[in-house]
Design a protein around this ligand. Structure first.
Ligand code: ZN
Length: 258
């Protein structure tokens, strides 16, 4: 596929318009963000697809979201090997103290098409290797879903299952596991439908995706609840960090569907 490439005039005009027209009206906000530092409401791990803009679909502004994007909205399971996604997660949880992590997949995902058609990845060895982190999603759909599904439905099912698989990988990261044990973190699995603009959210209790709307609120994949495996140490006085009464605040408006 050949794209038109950078429209240099358009980029210059855009930068000029931002600097001359938009920025003056937002200068105070940027100064405040510079003075106080960033305090993003959530970490959003989304696909690098150009049609999936976390800030746009949540109508968020500068400073609202800490964003990490890659092909297939993938979170490699924790390992001793360093990686960009792992570092972003660790920084967001430990240094910034985010209370919500969202993994956001989407419809018509090219990475998921590659996952289902590995023969198309012959000249993309890095993509093929990266997509190994999504093999569980493919296998779930191949072996647990009905046979004879329409290819489009199959592709959608893989993309949805991939969000659930990556949520599981997220829990293997020590920073995430610790924040969950302390009741200081909520996990969300989202799916953006490009064709309708609708965002679905994975409901951990029901084990399925449901639309986010004003009536139902924002279903969570994993709610905030402190827990430790030794009952004798559980409770409000269980160590310097355990404070079950002070979990995350309600879902930030910035990541709730408008
Ligand atoms: Zn994608």
């Amino acid at each position: 596929m050949v794209t038109a490439g950078f429209d240099v005039d358009g980029i210059i005009q855009g930068l000029s318009n931002f600097r001359g027209t938009v920025f003056p009206g937002q200068q105070q906000m940027y100064q405040r963000l510079l003075r106080d530092g960033q305090q993003p409401k959530a970490l959003m791990i989304a696909c690098a697809d150009s049609r999936v803009s976390p800030e746009h679909i949540t109508q968020s502004g500068p400073g609202d979201l800490f964003v990490c994007r890659n092909a297939g909205n993938i979170v490699p399971p924790f390992s001793q090997q360093n990686g960009g996604v792992s570092s972003a997660i660790e920084y967001a949880v430990v240094a910034l103290g985010v209370l919500d992590i969202v993994i956001c997949g989407h419809s018509d995902c090219g990475a998921m098409k590659g996952l289902m058609n590995p023969e198309a990845l012959g000249n993309m060895p890095n993509v093929a290797a990266w997509l190994r982190h999504s093999h569980a999603a493919k296998q779930i759909v191949c072996e647990a879903y009905p046979e004879g599904m329409d290819p489009k439905e199959r592709h959608r099912a893989v993309a949805l299952e991939n969000v659930v698989v990556q949520l599981n990988h997220l829990r293997t990261h020590p920073s995430v596991a610790t924040a969950l044990a302390r009741g200081k973190l909520r996990l969300h699995g989202w799916f953006f439908e490009i064709e309708s603009g609708q965002v679905l959210a994975y409901c951990g209790e029901r084990g399925r995706f449901i639309p986010i709307d004003e009536a139902t609120g924002v279903p969570v994949a994993q709610a905030s609840a402190s827990r430790i495996a030794t009952p004798e140490f559980a409770g409000p006085h269980a160590g310097p960090h355990a404070s079950p009464q002070t979990g995350p605040e309600p879902i930030p408006h910035a990541i709730a569907a408008e």
